[in-house]
Design a protein around this ligand. Structure first.
Ligand code: ZN
Length: 148
């Protein structure tokens, strides 16, 4: 049923039907915060903490080497469009604490500089080389709170 998979027009989370996902539609979410994650599982992990009330953006992966071909597979242009059109004040890079996540962060920090938004990263505490989706809620919550 792969053909029926649709993505939220704003954060690229999978949705049933068309339009925006329930998170993007939720008026109570803080639209000034945008958390960039590699994949939907990471979004779910952060949602499960109940501590994050901003919005998300699913990048669609990471890049280990900054080859144009790899970069093309990420939603970099979509992310830039999002930053142009919405009132985002802080971009939180919540990528996995792996070598790939690290080089993707560096790349994004450089690419997002012209937008003049505050760009932060999750604080330490996530196990190095680990995957966010397997981190426990407490670890994720404190990484969120300790972002800088
Ligand atoms: Zn969404």
């Amino acid at each position: 049923m792969k053909n029926n998979i649709k993505f939220c027009a704003s954060c690229f989370k999978t949705v049933q039907g068309k339009g925006l996902c329930e998170i993007c539609q939720n008026q109570a979410r803080d639209k000034s915060l945008l958390c960039v994650v590699e994949k939907e599982q990471d979004l779910e992990a952060l949602e499960n903490t109940g501590k994050y009330l901003g919005l998300y953006f699913i990048l669609g992966g990471n890049v280990s080497k900054l080859r144009p071909k790899d970069i093309e597979e990420l939603r970099i242009n979509e992310l830039k469009d999002r930053l142009k059109n919405k009132n985002v004040e802080e971009v939180i890079l919540a990528l996995n604490p792996t070598t790939e996540g690290e080089s993707t962060c560096l790349y994004l920090e450089r690419e997002l500089k012209p937008f003049n938004q505050k760009v932060t990263r999750l604080g330490r505490g996530l196990p190095l080389g680990g995957e966010m989706e397997y981190a426990d809620e407490e670890t994720l919550s404190s990484a969120l709170e300790g972002r800088k």
